[in-house]
Design a binder for this molecule. Structure first.
Ligand code: GUN
Ligand code: FE
Length: 424
């Protein structure tokens, strides 16, 4: 029998994903939470439950906090600029000059604080981050994430070739700094280290092999970009003629599927790449806003990958994505699947349950026990107040859909991480 003095009951319309096809919606229910962990969802509270421990959110929605599974922290200030450029041109003209400024720790602290505040404001409580190459800035980001309480993965970016001389690393130093960063952050916590090679084009084979060894030695997950654009795939093939495709480059260097692996974009995947990605340790991240802005040439075949059982999540991918809202990412995922369907009718459009699943429970697999409200899950939740949107008689799921399409951060009345109220 629980000691209910240590528990609270959150009342509202609770929604979460059971799986990719099914949303659970429990109207006017109580979610019992003890010391930050969900115990169950009930229509009635047990006899003797202390009334003062009830937090009544009335007719509001209670949903899991979002997962942004691919986002560039140092690109926060460049959002919405250079959006008419092609990827390699955008990297050279906007991104590398901007990221190189994170050599200055003061700049890093200022921008990363703003970035993390905005993540929380948008309801992202779980995040997988791309940093810059700078050791000190990466430490600062790690520290801010811990202070603000998010569940996160981050590391130190690696790039030692095909990069401007003001934003490139020596191979050995890149490996030494990465190992130092890993060793420093091996302790348990909600912010964890990952290994982050930028993409195959900016990493020599020696660097990739060294990073693969570090991943193996310390059991550290991997985060990178893969199969993103027609142009980048072509350059990668020229640079790595001995490999069949980008996935093989990562795989042969111990950086794909041997440990948990997150690959952003994965738009152009042939059968051989799909075979490597159909691994429970791998996850592909759909970044619809970035696809529309920068890495055009195709749209991820989300429905096909879902049906194949490949793990999928959603990423904002700022600054090639302009918007940090994962709710908006859910709407864009559905919209993009419909545009894709116009040119390839083989695959149906993505449904709301599928897109919501990608944005919460599926991305949450990476962190363990976040992104849903089953017993044992962390109470990492958002309270959605849609009272500014006119209309009556809608189901909670219809209201959730409307929030994704019409709402914004002003509709998030509360954010909880492990039951702690997060103020923004
Ligand atoms: N590929 C390599 N670097 C980047 C980046 O910063 N953004 C995107 N979208 N793709 C990349
Ligand atoms: Fe990216």
């Amino acid at each position: 029998m629980e000691d209910y003095q240590k528990c609270k009951a959150y009342r509202g319309n609770v929604i979460y994903s059971k799986n990719k096809d099914t949303l659970i919606s429990k109207e006017n229910s109580y979610m019992l939470v003890c010391e930050g962990i969900v115990k169950g969802i009930f229509k009635e509270l047990p006899n003797g439950f202390p009334k003062e421990n009830i937090i009544d959110w009335g007719n509001k929605l209670i949903i899991p906090g979002f997962c942004d599974m691919h986002v560039h922290a140092p690109q926060f200030l460049q959002r919405g600029m250079g959006m008419d450029r092609e990827l390699l041109d955008w990297l050279k003209t906007y991104t590398y000059p901007n990221e190189s400024k994170f050599k200055d720790p003061n700049h890093a602290r200022e921008v990363y604080s703003l970035f993390v505040d905005e993540l929380l404001r948008q309801g992202t409580l779980h995040v997988n981050i791309f940093p810059s190459i700078h050791y000190e800035a990466s430490e600062i980001l790690f520290e801010i994430l811990e202070q603000r309480g998010l569940f996160a993965f981050t590391g130190k970016l690696n790039m030692d070739q095909n990069s401007p001389e003001y934003y490139i690393e020596d191979t050995e130093k890149s490996l030494v700094d990465t190992e130092k960063f890993i060793q420093k952050h091996q302790k348990d916590g909600n912010v964890k280290v990952s290994i982050v090679p930028r993409f195959t084009i900016t990493c020599s084979e020696k660097l990739l092999a060294g990073l693969g060894s570090l991943s193996e030695k310390y059991g550290v997950p991997v985060h990178s970009h893969m199969c993103e654009a027609v142009n980048t795939i072509k350059v990668s093939q020229e640079l790595f003629p001995d490999y069949k495709n980008e996935a093989e480059i990562f795989y042969q260097n111990n950086l794909l599927g041997q440990r948990p692996t997150i690959m952003a974009h994965c738009i152009f995947m042939d059968d051989e790449v799909l075979k490597l990605m159909k691994n429970p340790s791998c996850m592909a991240v759909h970044c619809p806003d970035a696809t529309a802005n920068i890495n055009a040439g195709g749209i991820m075949p989300v429905k096909k990958l879902l049906e194949m059982g490949i793990n999928l999540a959603i990423g904002s991918d700022i600054g090639s994505g302009a918007n940090l809202s994962i709710a908006r990412g859910i709407a864009s995922t559905i919209q993009h699947s419909k545009i894709r369907n116009m040119f390839d009718s083989q695959w149906d459009a993505v449904t709301l349950p599928e897109a919501f699943y990608m944005a919460t429970r599926s991305g949450g697999r990476y962190f363990k026990n976040v992104g849903a409200f089953e017993e044992g899950y962390c109470f990492n939740a958002l309270v959605i107040d849609d009272s500014n949107m006119p209309g009556e008689g809608f189901t909670p799921v219809e209201r959730l859909e409307r929030f994704c399409y019409l709402g914004d951060d002003r509709n998030i009345a509360m954010r909880y991480i492990l039951e702690k109220e997060i103020l923004v």
